[in-house]
Design a protein around this ligand. Structure first.
Ligand SMILES: C[S@@+](CC[C@H](N)C(=O)[O-])C[C@H]1O[C@@H](n2cnc3c(N)ncnc32)[C@H](O)[C@@H]1O
Length: 210
């Protein structure tokens, strides 16, 4: 399994998330505030992009960032330096992080399981690297309810959306996948944004424990 670098689209996405980041952040701030509350000083993040979640980490945190997309590295490095985060950037895919079994207490991610090649493999990897009692804290956009207008939009836009956002899908039942992944417990909050990006609006945020 390899990550295909798309120089043009990678750059577009890095700029898109830098520009749109504050708007997305404003929309989800209360949910993120809850699921990313009291993070420890050692955190693994899957697909951090240009650093949307750095603001939830205390200054001095050691962040192991699993990010295969080189287009994100400049923005992520600068954002981490501004916030005093010790960035340990690994050019790896979340399906195979290369981290040891039970080597971390906390894994976080936002808007990543929609984009990875194999979300079930990523969730198995998260369980493998979490130490007993550890938590996976996530926020994702998910498939809409069947026979709704939003579901129709997700269906119609699947190809251009996936192409533009480098493999992102709005049609994944990520709550179902997380619940089936074998965590000891899973708490999920479902909600809906009111953004103009209709297919992106059904979302979940939660915590899974091992
Ligand atoms: C939609 S962006 C979200 C970025 C950031 N987490 C945020 O909330 O703004 C998806 C991110 O997942 C990364 N990604 C894609 N496939 C991945 C994989 N297999 N493993 C880890 N990260 C991946 C992309 O490079 C990108 O940074």
């Amino acid at each position: 399994m390899t990550f295909e670098q798309h120089p043009g689209r990678g750059r577009f996405n890095a700029i898109f998330f830098r520009v749109m980041g504050p708007y997305i952040e404003w929309s989800v701030r209360r949910r993120k505030g809850r699921v990313f509350a009291d993070l420890p000083r050692q955190v693994v993040e899957l697909g951090p992009g240009v650093g949307a979640n750095l603001g939830y980490l205390a200054t001095g945190t050691n962040l192991i960032a699993i990010e295969p997309n080189r287009a994100m590295y400049g923005g992520l490095g600068r954002a981490a330096a501004r916030r005093g985060i010790h960035l340990d950037l690994r050019e790896r895919m979340a399906e195979r992080t290369g981290l040891d079994d039970a080597s971390t207490d906390t894994v976080i991610s936002s808007l990543v399981l929609c984009s990875v090649q194999d979300p079930a493999a990523v969730l198995a990897e998260v369980r493998r690297i979490l130490a007993p009692g550890g938590t996976f804290r996530f926020l994702e956009h998910v498939v809409a309810k069947p026979r709704t207008f939003t579901r129709l939009v997700q269906r119609v836009l699947r190809r251009p959306w996936g192409w533009t956002f480098e493999g992102c899908s709005c049609e994944r039942d990520l709550e179902g996948l997380i619940r089936e992944a074998g965590f000891l417990s899973v708490t999920v909050e479902r909600y809906r944004l009111h953004s103009p990006f209709l297919g992106f609006n059904p979302q979940i945020a939660g915590v899974a424990r091992v």
